[in-house]
Design a protein around this ligand. Structure first.
Ligand code: PMP
Length: 317
């Protein structure tokens, strides 16, 4: 069968090497990704891709101008920058969100700039969830929470939003049952993930609903991971409230945001995690040992637009 003995030996060695398990066990069960699959199917069948949402209009002019300024802004724009966020960006984020949360935010301590909200979520789960920890996830949820919790060694505990009843339901009619939520907290609960405004329902949590979650987090000494990437996209008078602004919650909340969502430019991939330094410092450990820092020009590019946001927030109060 084999042409010579050497070929036989090579073949047998490669059989031995290839039969060894190559993947790390933590990847088991998370190899499928709905967005990868959807995008491929849409491309294969030339279908309209309604799976992955991004605007089909150009981002605002001021964002495009800021980009041109950043990339033509001299040699340093093309070099490494501070690991945890360009000083100009973390400063403006701290000022803007400090006002919104009602808490003085230290730009160099309490803010971590990441590659999109996705990486902020990844750093948060890797940094705070330990083997065997339980993480409460409110259903329906943005898909990546589940594999990220699993990859960190945690166990997902699901808590469904339930319809209030009646016809013509809107997203606000999908609510949490306080008793049911309370029953999900155990001695092993490390964190709860909330997403407001919610993807996919569009639900914007009311202060009373956030207060129920906050009370349980405080009672059980649990961290709240609050994904607020759609915070500026509210309609019909709905008001976005940050759970970190409720009494006792700044200390235990990691708030996650996205410049891509904020400025209708999903390819920007600039995100952040904001919270008390005692939590954020652990996210920084993951960050410095994985990507180290985010592209410099992309960060500088988003500083000016956020300055404009800050002005409008200040003016509206
Ligand atoms: N969280 C939610 C709820 C999202 O919908 C998305 C993107 N679809 C992200 C996080 C990731 O945001 P980014 O593009 O900034 O990584």
């Amino acid at each position: 069968m084999y042409r010579n003995v050497n070929a036989l030996i090579v073949c047998q060695i490669s059989d031995i090497i290839m039969s060894r398990q190559m993947h790390a066990r933590r990847l088991e069960g998370i190899d499928k990704n709905i967005w990868v699959e959807f995008t491929q199917l849409a491309a294969d069948y030339q279908a309209v891709n309604l799976g992955q949402g991004f605007p089909d209009f150009a981002p605002p002019k001021f964002l495009q101008e800021a980009f041109c300024k950043a990339v033509s802004g001299g040699g340093l724009m093309h070099q490494y920058t501070r690991a945890f966020g360009h000083p100009s960006l973390v400063t403006i984020l701290a000022q803007l969100f400090g006002r919104l949360v009602g808490h003085e935010i230290q730009p160099l301590e309490d803010v971590l700039v990441t590659i999109g909200a996705y990486q902020a979520l990844f750093c948060t789960f890797q940094a705070l969830v330990d083997e065997g920890d339980e993480v409460i996830i409110i259903e329906p949820f943005f898909d990546c929470y589940q594999p990220m919790v699993k990859m960190a060694g945690g166990k997902q505990v699901y808590m469904p939003l339930r319809p209030r009843g009646g016809s013509n339901l809107s997203s606000g009619d999908w609510v949490l049952c306080a008793e049911e939520l309370a029953s999900k907290f155990t001695a092993k609960t490390k964190a709860i993930v909330i997403n407001t405004p919610n993807n996919p329902t569009g639900k914007v949590y009311k202060t009373e609903e956030l207060q129920v979650i906050a009370d349980l987090c405080i009672k059980h000494d649990v961290v709240c991971i609050s994904d607020e990437v759609y915070e500026w996209l509210t309609y019909d008078g709905a008001k976005h409230v940050k759970i970190a602004s409720l009494a006792g919650m700044w200390e235990r909340t990691v708030t996650i945001g996205s410049a891509g969502k904020t400025f209708s430019a999903t390819g920007l991939k600039v995100g952040w995690a904001i919270g008390p330094s005692r939590l954020i410092k652990h996210l920084k450990t993951v960050h410095q040992n994985s990507i180290y820092h985010c592209p410099t020009a992309a960060q500088v590019r988003t500083t000016l637009p956020f300055l404009e946001c800050l002005f409008s927030v200040v003016l509206s109060r």
